[in-house]
Design a protein around this ligand. Structure first.
Ligand SMILES: [Zn+2]
Length: 336
């Protein structure tokens, strides 16, 4: 067991605090499930496993639900660990919204606690494999020759969140893929709290309209760009790239903690020069150092793109951050 990083320890501490709150809340409502929450006063307890799922649950549930997030704000959801108290809340929540194959600790808790109502975003969103260029690079971080075959080998070499399926977990960066998840959340909430059926349906329609509008903004905003090449630190943007006709070039792979090999860094530097790429992107939650150093070495700009695995600014939401990302992309890729 490696030493816990600072952010990891911080995550654990705030997880315990959250778990305590959840336990108290669950006791108050008697932890009923399937018996019909009383509704209207936020009495339906929803547990989301990380931010984009929290956003969906909050928007669809509105005032009738109380949503808690297992991943603390601004923490990395990859490799989340749960306290025993948090694991118990998975069993007492009225609805658990999670993504199987992404956070092993949550998978385990769902399996062990058998919550009465569950939405699995992996099933709802239709995950795909996006074997990126850097994928095979990560865990055999030797100076190796393995890079050459990265594309063909696929993503599966032991990253926690994708090792079972080899599928790319980052579906939420294509806004249209949040819609089927929201539909399932609405269906489950309606089953738990039938009195809220009309409200959930109306909230779902609002959210769907917002996501559709965002999708249109992206499609129009990225329709004519000087460069289609999206060089990113961790390969979170495969679904976004696929939807809007970009090509993702990952520096480290799908696992944000992995360190790229010197060979991979040289390879990406060559790609940047060959294609005349002017901006490469790094993210907010993980260390930007690798990307910034690479940008300096090659003489290009480095800009922030937020993979939205957590929310670093609580004054904004999924839609705000996605619009900031679109502006960063339009500038970095020189879009008309
Ligand atoms: Zn990720």
């Amino acid at each position: 067991m490696p030493l816990l990083s600072r952010s990891h320890r911080a995550a654990l501490v705030s997880s315990v605090a959250l778990a305590t709150t959840l336990t108290l809340a669950a006791c108050g409502s008697g932890g009923t499930s399937g018996g019909g929450g009383s509704g209207g006063d936020g009495s339906v307890e929803v547990l989301a496993s990380f931010y984009p799922l929290q956003f969906v649950a909050e928007r669809v549930g509105g005032d009738r639900v109380e949503v808690s997030n297992l991943t603390p704000p601004a923490a990395e959801p990859h490799d989340l660990e749960l306290s025993p108290a948090q694991a118990r809340t998975v069993g007492t929540a009225d609805l658990v919204v999670y993504q199987s194959g992404f956070q092993a600790a949550v998978d385990e808790a769902v399996e062990g606690r058998q919550p009465a109502h569950v939405v699995d975003a992996s099933e709802a969103a239709g995950l795909e494999a996006h074997p990126g260029e850097a994928s095979a690079d990560a865990s055999e971080a030797s100076e190796g020759t393995a890079d050459e075959h990265a594309d063909e080998e696929g993503a599966d070499d032991g990253h926690d969140h994708s090792s079972e399926s080899g599928l790319d977990p980052h579906f939420w960066l294509d806004p249209t893929r949040l819609v089927p998840v929201a539909e399932q959340v609405a269906a489950e909430l309606t089953a738990i709290d039938p009195d809220g059926a009309d409200e959930y349906a109306a909230n779902l329609a609002d959210l769907t309209a917002d996501l559709t509008a965002l999708d249109t903004e992206y499609a129009e905003g990225l329709a004519s760009c000087a460069s289609p090449y999206l060089v990113t630190s961790h390969e979170a943007f495969g679904y976004l790239a696929e939807r809007y006709g970009l090509e993702q070039i990952g520096i480290t792979g799908i696992d944000p903690e992995a360190e790229p090999s010197p060979a991979r860094l040289r390879e990406v530097a060559d790609i940047i020069r060959d294609h005349g790429i002017t901006t490469i992107f790094f993210e907010t939650l993980t260390s930007p150092k690798v990307t910034q150093t690479l940008a300096q070495d090659v003489g290009v700009q480095a800009a922030v793109l937020d993979p939205l695995e957590g929310l670093s600014d609580t004054g904004s939401d999924y839609l705000d951050v996605m619009r900031n990302n679109l502006e960063a992309l339009r500038t970095g890729l020189t879009c008309a």
